[in-house]
Design a binder for this molecule. Structure first.
Ligand code: GCW
Length: 720
């Protein structure tokens, strides 16, 4: 009883302070469609959209109508009528473009021709003599994408008085890869269990599946791999295929195809055969039959994603065959149905002299050997989704192969969902890297959008950060990286700032100060993590197996390259992995002039210094500081950034939804502790080699190295 009064009192006093009492749990993502807070804008938009219509009635068109209905009513605060023909000035009309469209006009036709199968055009146009806003495309999915784009303009309060937008995706396959296991867990998932409920499918269709499809369509994602690359072959049995088909039915209107991870040993495990050897005609037959069966359930099944001969997974090397032999086996099976195979390049042995060189050594000789419906899916960096890596040199080294990008949106090595890290700057850094494969300007983006080597089958994948948590991504800021991934997959030329701006406006507020404060916080968030985890090109110094927290001391794994010491190579003289000619010579996998730049101690960008060089502790950096001091300052700067982010966030109290504000406040509190922990543990550990003092004026670690080494994390996701 007493408690109730206390709460009531608190509530009333918050109300009197003018604190917003609304409570948003983040479920609606960036599609909130709340009333636009600027009355002037509402007035302006209502005048431009007095009524609306979408021609046609297919499921995709119905999806477009549904979205317009709920969004316009919500954003403009009153029922905007749906009409069946244009009668007056100020209406919105959407539909596929045909010569008999009410808005058919020669000028428009020329624009629509340019946007291909998924793009759209939005413009102001005279329709039946009236001024209208027209959203049109060659296809229904293009219309839906156009509708989402238009709604984004309203959500972010843009000027719509003159519109002339021509938009189309630069990359063909824009995929989310789910590392979801059939038992409901998610490998490297930090937002709860899998969103796929295999128990209640195929009959029970959760609202969340539809909202998942809406969210993805709103940012142009057009493919979903439903299961973990460490694949349980049972996903390809009738039992599961019925369930997969039900999801495919939900996603289809939203332009999303379903793909599955295949286990290379499926013919043995499911087919009870003695071998999975790709050269065995019975194995080939088995895969053909399996493909036929899958397509009988899902006629537009996208194809397979495969992790082979990697971290214990079976693959063609088990039979002395190449990765291309394996990929082509599956590619042949899905070819008759228009399916594709995404074959992963994340392949390494445990005791190589330099693991960072392996994918290149294995795959480059296979250039031109892959079937034309295979894409080689390559992680952005040569190792493994570290906070910062140089780009994988395979980009720019296999002109005759369809190469696709694999980014990780889930934050395995970036704080595991407790931290706020906006990943667009990481994605952009890789996409903008120049491979120099065909001279200056041969960026990674041009490799994967196909323009550098004239490929039409192009792709980009993001390992999903989505789980069953109410707000989808655990930490709501995880939504921004999902959003940014989709936006960049559509157009790699967008800037991180532009994307952040959109997301903040749609998620939190259109208030200028709020937007710029949050943007400021997001834009420094990735560098903050790099600084307090692994600055100056350090990498792979994470806790063993769980990859949570610092573990630069890890040296006990039977796999040499699962040890942190393999990567940082700290000794009494210095620190870093020598990848120049005197070391592993990984620099030679890059084209000149980059190879030379990376190889030169003085020219190597400081952010990659210890990736490519073993450097003396007392080496003078360009800044004038010794390497040791520079390392320390980076670790401390990382912590400072997090504290800065906390300050910014605290200043937003009362200016955004209180529940969302409070959630982030708590996460930043965790992150601040983690940043200090990382900094102290790493500085103390590396100090045992450098024997140099932490520069004066920096706060001293309050715990010992032994303390940090003794920490255990029984609850870190993925360790149960
Ligand atoms: O980053 C590593 C992860 C593994 C993952 C693997 C991969 C799915 O630690 O959990 O396995 O990469 O990408 O295959």
């Amino acid at each position: 009883m007493k408690k109730t009064f206390v709460f009531l009192g608190l509530f009333l006093s918050l109300m009197s302070l003018g604190v917003r009492a609304s409570a948003d749990d983040g479920y609606r993502l960036w599609m909130k469609y709340d009333l636009i807070s600027n009355p002037q804008k509402v007035k302006e938009y209502r005048e431009s959209i007095k009524a609306w219509m979408v021609e046609g009635s297919s499921p995709t068109i119905e999806a477009a109508k549904h979205e317009l209905r709920i969004a316009l009513d919500g954003l403009l605060g009153s029922n905007i009528p749906e009409v069946s023909s244009v009668k007056e000035d100020g209406e919105l009309i959407a539909g596929t473009y045909t010569s008999s469209s009410p808005f058919a006009a020669a000028g428009l036709k020329n624009m629509v021709i340019k946007v291909g199968q998924e793009g759209f055009v939005i413009l102001r146009e005279k329709v039946s003599g009236q001024n209208a806003i027209v959203i049109t495309a060659n296809t229904e999915i293009g219309v839906l994408y156009g509708v989402f784009h238009f709604l984004r303009l309203l959500q972010t309060e843009q000027d719509i008085s003159s519109l002339r937008i021509i938009s189309f995706p630069r990359i063909k396959l824009r995929m989310l890869d789910h590392w979801d296991n059939l038992n409901g867990t998610v490998e490297r998932g930090y937002a709860g269990f899998s969103i796929w409920n295999w128990h209640t499918l195929p009959t029970f269709i959760k609202r969340r599946y539809i909202d998942y499809a809406r969210a993805n369509a709103s940012i142009g994602i057009n493919g979903a791999v439903l299961n973990n690359v460490n694949a349980d072959p049972r996903i390809m049995t009738r039992h599961y295929l019925k369930k997969v088909a039900a999801l495919a039915d939900v996603f289809r209107p939203y332009g999303i195809k379903v793909y599955l991870c295949a286990n290379f040993d499926a013919p043995i495990i499911l087919g009870k055969m003695k071998t999975a050897n790709p050269t065995d005609p019975r194995v080939q037959e088995w895969w053909k039959d399996k493909a036929k069966e899958i397509y009988s359930f899902i006629p537009d099944f996208g194809g397979f994603l495969v992790k082979a001969n990697s971290e214990g997974q079976p693959g063609p090397s088990d039979y002395g065959l190449t990765q291309a032999d394996g990929a082509n086996l599956l590619a042949n099976a899905v070819k008759p149905y228009g399916g594709i195979v995404m074959w992963r390049a994340f392949v390494y042995t445990y005791n190589a002299k330099d693991r960072a060189k392996q994918a290149y050594e294995i795959f480059k000789p296979l250039d031109g050997k892959f079937a034309d419906n295979v894409l080689l899916q390559i992680k952005n960096g040569p190792l493994d989704f570290q906070p910062r890596e140089p780009f994988t040199p395979l980009f720019g080294a296999m002109p005759k192969t369809n190469l696709m990008m694999e980014f990780q949106i889930t934050m395995e090595y970036l704080g595991q969902g407790t931290s706020t890290v906006y990943l667009a700057p990481l994605f952009k850094e890789t996409l903008e890297s120049d491979t120099y494969a065909k001279g200056k300007g041969s960026t990674v983006a041009k490799v994967i959008d196909g323009s550098l080597d004239a490929h039409t089958l192009t792709g980009i994948a993001g390992v999903s950060n989505i789980g069953a948590d109410r707000n989808w991504t655990g930490n709501e800021f995880g939504q921004s990286s999902w959003y940014a991934f989709g936006r960049l997959a559509w157009n790699p030329n967008l800037s991180s700032e532009e994307i952040a701006d959109e997301w903040i406006r749609m998620t939190f507020s259109n208030d200028k100060d709020v937007v710029s404060s949050i943007e400021d916080m997001m834009m420094q968030s990735r560098e903050a993590v790099v600084n307090y985890m692994d600055p100056l090109g350090l990498n792979m110094i994470f806790g063993y197996d769980n990859h949570y927290g610092p573990g630069p001391w890890i040296d006990y794994s039977p796999h040499p390259d699962w040890n942190s010491t393999y990567y940082h190579r700290a000794d009494s003289l210095g620190i870093g992995f020598d990848r120049t000619k005197s070391g592993s010579d990984a620099v030679s996998q890059y084209h000149p002039p980059l190879s030379g730049e990376f190889a030169s101690l003085t020219e190597c960008p400081p952010k990659f210094l210890l990736w490519f060089h073993h450097v003396r502790w007392d080496y003078r950096m360009k800044s004038g500081k010794t390497l040791w001091d520079e390392i320390c300052y980076h670790y401390y700067a990382g912590v400072d950034s997090v504290r800065e982010m906390q300050k910014v966030w605290n200043s937003l109290k009362g200016k955004i939804d209180n529940e969302e504000w409070n959630d982030e406040r708590m996460f930043l509190e965790i992150q601040e502790k983690e940043a200090v922990w990382w900094r102290n543990a790493c500085v103390l550990y590396f100090q045992t080699f450098s024997k140099m003092p932490i520069p004066a004026g920096l706060e001293k670690p309050d715990k010992t190295l032994e303390y940090y080494e003794s920490l255990k994390f029984p609850n870190a996701p993925g360790t149960w």
